[in-house]
Ligand binder design. Sequence first.
Ligand code: 6PG
Length: 475
Amino acid sequence: KQAQIGVTGLAVMGRNLARNLARHGYTVAVHNRNTQRVEDLVEQFGDEGDFVPARKPEDFVASLERPRRLVIMVKAGDPTDAVIDQFAPLLDEGDMIVDGGNAHFEDTRRREKALRKRGLHFVGTGISGGEEGALNGPSIMPGGSTEAYESLGPLLEDIAASVDGRPCCTHLGQDGAGHFVKMVHNGIEYADMQLIAESYDLLRRALGMEPAAIAEVFRTWNEGRLESYLIEITAEVLAHTDAHTGRPFVDVVLDQAEQKGTGRWTVQTALDLGVPVSGIAEAVFARSLSGHADLREAGQDLPGPSGTLSGAEADRFADDVEQALYASKIVAYAQGVHQIQAGSEAYGWNIDPGAVAAIWRGGCIIRARFLNRITESYEGGHAPASLLTAPYFRDAIGDAQDAWRRVVATAARLGVPTPGFSAALSYYDALRSRRLPAGLIQGQRDYFGAHTYRRTDTDGTFHTLWGADRTETES
Ligand code: 6PG
């Protein structure tokens, strides 16, 4: 029997994706370099659907109906290139290779170009949702050619999560568009996690609350506008007690956050595109700082305030933090959307931010109730200059900003670090400012390096003769 699609790379994500496809009635060829994984899958899950086990690459390719649809689920970087090099020579014109890993979009662009020359479609596809999502419905972010999507789309939309009857999968644009969007998704994921972590830290240090009590606060928040997967799992993690010590689990975990690199890529790419993603950058830096154990040890002697809140300030603080979290989260998404628009522009992808928000509503790590509002903000041809200027978000932040400012001020007063909240608020206030001190920066640049400046009152490029009589010259 010919398989409609094949999956090679049967670590947990690949295996679960193959099972998801099989459970949806597709005949799925399965292959893995170490064939034991193929045996294991068929043995454990063979009754979930039609699998065609393949031990050799040639058998795998031969088992696929044409044009072939082959999904590779291996580690990003060299392992992906190795698998492509192994399979591409076995394929025929019109066949499709889907890369479902967390590849860098520049790699995806390179691979797509090389394979296109050989008549093959290469479809870089972001898949979010972890193991559980891969099995029960992830958010799927495919790039690649329109032609390839015509063939793959129905399958991918079938196995994706769905919200309000709409699949969390749509063709985002050519070549690397899918992996670019997945990268920004992960950057937002980092920012979201950092903001939640700051909220927890504030409740703990400013109010002296215990993790179990904070878990209850998050549970309550999860019933409101902050409802999201990350808030939900935060409550679970905070409520968990370590079996060995009987202490809160969060207290026995080494406080050094790791990262596999997608958040860093988001920031690196944003720097290249000139997009200010300060919230995402602070989240990456905060993880990085947490890992500098020696530096932090040395920092233990540094002077600073301490103490907790009391009275009326304490009474309203948890509610204030909820508002600060919501406002800062909106800023993180606004920055991410900006980056997607800038990438789309730079690479000619024509990505619709509203459609991106729509496929993030289910399946992925950043799934959240408020994503509907982003989609709505872009509906009917609306293209706000920033998410922050879209009416719904403008009003939401308008309502939240007093509390947001109180939280950032309180954090500074008590000495609790809030890089995410603070950066988000500064970004917001920078957008609001009629004048920024950038005029002064231009003056400094012109002073020490004759870097020139433009004027507010006339066109042209100017330089002041700072070392001489300070007359202005036009260049
Ligand atoms: C997802 C996640 C996933 C990511 C992990 C780990 O959408 O399912 O984004 O793709 O790899 O969250 O990321 P870090 O190790 O960098 O935290």
